[in-house]
Design a protein around this ligand. Sequence first.
Ligand SMILES: [Zn+2]
Length: 314
Amino acid sequence: MINSNYEKILEKIARISNLGKEEIEKRIEAKKSKLSGLISKEGAALIIASELGISFENEKLKINELIPGMRKVNVVGKVLNVSTVRTFKTKGGDESKVVNFWIADDSSNVRVVLWDTNHVAKVEEGKIKEGVVVEITNASMRDNELHLGNFSDIKISSEIIEGAVSEKVLREKKISEFVRGEGVKVRAFIVQIFEPRFFNVCPECKKKVDKEGDLFICLTHKKVLPEKRAIVNFVIDDGTDSIRAVLFNDAQISVGFTDFENSDKIARIKQELLGREMFFFGNVRLNSFFNNLELIVDNAKEVDLDETIKILEN
Ligand SMILES: [Zn+2]
């Protein structure tokens, strides 16, 4: 399941190019390491496909077949969660608009971003709204979002979509396959835990506040009695690679890191967590300071041993 997209691309390259799968995989691995592992196996496969003159253009795809980096994507989906239209100024000083929403089919869902005035107008006029089915052509996958520019098209479709997947889909991935911008689920061991760091937030707006003398100042709420917050960093490892995992409030609670009162308690919790294997759910983001990927954890769950055994037995 995990690599089904990758397998699909591999099949297609093999079929059209007359190269053996082994040869193609060798080229994919070489491409990946040439790019310092910054792209996924799927992404590297797409580059190899394009180098061989093979395109996925003009094929209607299921949403779970969309891969970061794909161009000229055609897809049909039911509209969910339409955002408000935002206006912004372009570099040239012109006013421009952007709106986003999710579309779902029976395989998965994806966030769609409209940049073209004519497309945005369809939302403003209420033609594109929650529940309608749209057909999108010629869009591009940027990270894990489907972007529509001037050359793309979106129109109302009469297709009926049953069993649209509306809950957030997190694909289980290996750390070595992580791509910036995607939501993932990963099963990994906690191999290192750093000392928690603390900062202060405004009790009203929860934004970070700075200390000025003896006072804490929020830009909006002025003098405040701040709330203390912790940030916890792990290194997690799944055998393919390791990555820094960053945990804020809810994520800390989900791993049992709830008490920061004194260093003894912190040491005890660290002791309990170190070496534990868990499922981590979150978003992969680029840490621009270190220029590497990190996982912002939303939630973590115990690995259910019974379930694992059931899967192995089948
Ligand atoms: Zn405030």
